[in-house]
Design a protein around this ligand. Structure first.
Ligand code: NI
Length: 187
């Protein structure tokens, strides 16, 4: 089931809460994970965290190879970052909760994450200098009530909030990483 209409936009308090661990991988959690994957693909995103659809649970879905045309979905339940590099790297990040903007964020280049999958197995994910390395950290941030705004100083934070408001007014939808063009349609 698509949850596109449930995607929460920055400013929504659910995006600032620390999420509860998933205690039991029951049908409700499995349905939620599948709906989140469907929603992520529909929005052309590479990751989605449960609080972004209004659910205060430590669950994220990721697929960083989707652009290549082949689906490689990961479901991470109760993910934990167990290792990060000291060296940092800055990349432009979008977020389904920030329609129409891309924000430069500095994060560790390398990350190791442990998480449970839908089958109940504990998995290890390691990524360096890749979209996956960024995406894992970005999505796990969401579970701790952090968003792109938490990586910015006060001035940049105000600027990004304004950019999101303007992009939404211009018709931006979750998944858009820049403000829609106001250019008149050619007829
Ligand atoms: Ni996000």
């Amino acid at each position: 089931m698509s949850l596109m209409d449930d995607i929460r936009i920055t400013g929504d308090p659910v995006l600032e809460e620390v999420c509860e661990p998933v205690a039991d991988i029951n049908d409700e959690i499995k349905d939620l994970a599948h709906s989140m994957l469907e929603t992520m693909y529909e929005a052309d995103g590479c990751g989605l965290a449960a609080p972004q659809v209004g659910v205060n649970k430590r669950l994220v879905v990721v697929d960083c190879e989707w652009g290549s045309g082949k689906k490689t979905p990961y479901v991470l339940i109760n993910p934990e970052i167990v290792e990060t590099s000291d060296e940092l790297r800055t990349t432009g990040e979008g977020c389904l909760s920030f329609p129409g903007v891309t924000v430069q964020v500095e994060r560790p280049r390398r990350v190791v994450v442990h998480a449970t999958n839908l089958e109940g197995d504990v998995m290890r994910y390691e990524a360096e200098d890749s979209l996956l390395a960024v995406c894992l950290q970005h999505e796990i941030d969401h579970l701790d009530g952090k968003t792109l705004l938490d990586h910015l100083g006060p001035m940049a934070r105000m600027r990004v909030k304004k950019q999101v408001r303007e992009a939404i007014e211009a018709g931006a939808k979750p998944g858009d990483v820049e403000k829609p063009s106001k250019a008149p349609k050619k007829g």
